[in-house]
Design a protein around this ligand. Structure first.
Ligand code: ZN
Length: 155
């Protein structure tokens, strides 16, 4: 496993729609491993492949000590609204208020190429929605109702 550099806002890759993964192979497994390591090293709740410079439909999320890996995710269901502050490893130093679904259900492939269903509420729903947006080329700052600068040293 290896740490990967996180792409920051201003890089074009973050505004592009990521492409489907044609085949779940060893390269994708290695990408998932690196993304989890990079997410944890940066205290993130999630990370999408475009954030490490790979324009593919892959993301990882870790909420309540559980890791979710999704390849070619699709949103099956969304309901309700929750509003909260969020940030992004690609937009360091800022948080913003964003509306997210209160409940979200997705399907995708796991690292073995098997179809999996993931559903979540609260922080998991926020994280799944946020990471899915990355695959569509959308950053939270594009949706934020407000944006606040934070002092990174305060964390
Ligand atoms: Zn993000």
């Amino acid at each position: 496993m290896a740490l990967r550099n996180i792409v920051k806002e201003g890089d074009d890759i973050l505004t592009k729609r990521a492409k489907e993964v044609p085949e779940v192979n060893e390269k994708i497994k290695g990408l998932l491993d690196d993304m989890i390591e990079t997410m944890r090293a940066n205290d993130g709740v999630g990370l999408a492949a475009p954030q490490v410079g790979v324009l593919r439909r892959v993301f990882v999320v870790e909420v309540n000590d559980e890791v979710y890996e999704l390849i070619n995710p699709e949103i099956l269901e969304e309901s309700g609204i929750q509003t909260g502050d969020e940030g992004c490893l690609s937009v360091p130093g800022y948080i913003g208020t964003v509306e997210r679904p209160a409940y979200i259900k997705m399907k995708g492939l796991d690292r073995d190429g098997n179809e999996v269903l993931v559903e979540g509420t609260e922080l998991l729903a926020v994280a799944l929605s946020h990471e899915y947006d990355h695959l569509e080329g959308v950053l939270f700052v594009n949706k934020a109702l407000d944006l606040q600068e934070i002092d990174a040293d305060d964390e």
